[in-house]
Design a protein around this ligand. Structure first.
Ligand SMILES: [Zn+2]
Length: 352
């Protein structure tokens, strides 16, 4: 599998030879300190002596410098390279804007490690568009009008978008959570009905109680003929179109435990038909206890029409108690164990 790219000069064989590469951990000095990193070493395929290969040497240098950056808390090359694109500015204008030599940023961009003071400035610019904008305004005379205009447009848009995202999250976390979770459910099963979505939300609410002692959303669940209604989502479902890019909000709306609860519930419930999911709901005590007083005084034949027209709020304590019980009963120690419950329930409800 050799090709010409894999050939390099061997001074022992005095010709171009194929080579192979091995890695080993080495300790090397840089600026009077030792750094440990994984170095690649090229060997001649014919005489097995170590030989010099340009691209291997470049790779090792970048590994050594990366280690150096990490251990000295210096800005990474990745961050340095992101900034011109992020703020829509050329490398040279950026350098001038910062009040540095015209080629300083260019050197950093191609791997030269900045001194600590410059490194801190680069990090701050990267993390805070507001700080970049401040510098852009202050030093705009260092760059062309055109470079200033296009960078200003980009950074202003970025700041506005960040502000919008933050205020949505802050003001309406509940709404965003619901939209986000519905989008996740639809990603798993695009044909799922609104009826089933609401039943799945009920289980999310319940399992969140079991793990975190509190509900995932604000608002009540209501028992009715097809399982559970979640009136708090009706506003969002009624427009029939959920426009949200779930990945944008991944870590924003749910903590990591909630995220695994949501993922497990979706995974272990959405694989069943809407009829089976409904049976999971109405086999549970919260639903049974809620409809019991309403149906008690009526003949069995009337139960269907009654529950089709009436929605009865489920007491939150019923939900909390029940899900804490099943967490115990089905040995649900982590969200992945929720399948113990669904597997078992599926056996029971099939015979219904
Ligand atoms: Zn050789």
């Amino acid at each position: 599998m050799h090709d010409d790219k894999q050939k390099s000069y061997c001074e022992f064989c005095n010709k171009l030879v194929y080579y192979y590469i091995e890695s080993k951990e080495v300790s090397e000095s840089l600026k009077e300190k030792k750094y440990i990193y994984n170095k690649k070493i090229a060997y001649c395929s014919e005489c097995n002596n170590e030989i010099a290969v340009n691209k291997v040497r470049d790779y090792n240098l970048s590994m050594l410098y990366n280690t150096y950056r990490v251990e000295n808390d210096l800005v990474s090359l990745k961050v340095i390279r992101e900034i011109p694109k992020k703020y829509n500015i050329g490398i040279r204008p950026l350098s001038l804007l910062l009040g540095w030599g015209e080629l300083t940023y260019t050197r950093y961009f191609y791997g030269y490690v900045p001194i600590l003071r410059y490194s801190d400035i680069i990090k701050k610019i990267h993390d805070y568009p507001e700080y970049y904008l401040e510098i852009l305004e202050k030093n705009k005379d260092n760059i062309s009008r055109f470079a200033y205009d296009k960078s200003k447009y980009t950074v202003s848009k970025l700041i506005t978008n960040n502000a919008i995202n933050k205020s949505i999250v802050k003001q309406d976390l509940n709404k965003l959570k619901i939209l986000y979770i519905i989008a996740l459910i639809k990603e798993e099963d695009e044909d799922i009905t609104f009826t089933s979505i609401q039943n799945v939300l009920y289980f999310l609410q319940g399992f969140n109680y079991a793990f975190e002692g509190m509900p995932l959303f604000n608002g009540n669940c209501e028992a009715y003929y097809h399982g559970v209604l979640c009136p708090f989502v009706n506003d969002y479902l009624s427009n029939n179109e959920i426009k949200i890019d779930v990945r944008e909000y991944d870590s924003l709306v749910l903590n990591s435990l909630e995220f695994s609860i949501v993922n497990s519930v979706i995974k272990f419930f959405c694989c069943y038909s809407s009829e089976i999911i409904k049976r999971f709901v109405i086999f549970g005590n919260p639903w049974k206890n809620t409809v019991k007083p309403v149906l008690e005084s009526r003949p069995v034949l009337e139960s269907k029409p009654v529950l089709e027209s009436r929605h009865i709020p489920i007491d939150k304590e019923y939900i909390k108690t029940y899900f804490l019980e099943i967490k115990d009963k089905y040995k649900i120690n982590t969200p992945m164990d929720i399948k113990n419950y669904t597997n078992q329930m599926f056996e029971s409800v099939q015979q219904y």
